[in-house]
Design a protein around this ligand. Structure first.
Ligand code: 5GP
Length: 189
């Protein structure tokens, strides 16, 4: 399952809430070359690598997808997906729209959920409140958000993250319903 949408829309919060509420879900831990933020743990939120190591792993074909997002490298290791799927789990990918297009092409059975902020003004407010970016990086994220929003109708579901509890409920309902889709049950048998 891919959760996509602009940075600041609340994807990571939603993904973690989903993991608490629905069994047999696993968060896919990405590699990134961006600097670690306070409050993040290496190996839990991301695996933080230097650019050289990241590029070497690209050459070694270690990624199911990778992309340069806001100037830094991000990638989903193949091992995150394949290990979890063989255990029959829902693997939750919190990635950008470039990466999700690649995953959707490589795994046609994947489920795509797009998380939208209620407005651009609120997105800016959230990103500022988060306080993790300097002004330049914040501007870049907002410009990218506008471009990313053009892709929302390519997804299976759209969640407007206005009230968090409501958005969590919608995401949980989507995952539960998908698990009962006949075509997915047939595939498992
Ligand atoms: P942040 O730096 O705020 O944690 O993430 C920036 C953006 O990169 C977010 O939209 C996030 O979903 C995306 N991202 C995180 N991991 C990956 C990944 O493995 N691949 C891709 N393509 N995007 C990712």
């Amino acid at each position: 399952m891919v959760i996509a949408g602009p940075s600041g829309a609340g994807k990571t919060t939603l993904a973690h809430a989903l993991l608490e509420k629905v069994k047999r879900c696993r968060f896919s831990v990405s590699d990134t070359s961006r600097p670690i933020r306070s409050g993040e743990t290496d190996g839990v939120d991301y695996r933080f690598l230097d650019e050289e190591t990241f590029r070497r792993r690209i050459d070694e074909k270690k990624y199911a997808e990778w992309a340069k997002v806001h100037g830094d490298y991000y990638g989903t290791p193949l091992s995150e997906i394949d290990g979890g799927l063989s255990e029959g789990r829902t693997i939750v990918l919190d990635i950008d729209v470039q990466g999700s297009a690649l995953i959707r092409a490589a795994y046609p059975e994947s489920l795509g959920v797009f998380v939208v902020p209620p407005s651009m003004a609120l997105l800016e407010e959230r990103l500022r409140a988060r306080g993790t970016e300097n002004e330049d990086r914040l501007k870049r994220r907002l410009e990218n958000a506008r471009a990313e929003l053009n892709h929302m109708f390519e997804y299976d579901y759209i969640i407007v993250n206005d009230r968090l509890e409501e958005a969590i409920g919608q995401l949980v309902a989507i995952v539960r319903a998908e698990r009962h889709r006949a075509s997915r049950l047939r595939r498992v048998e």
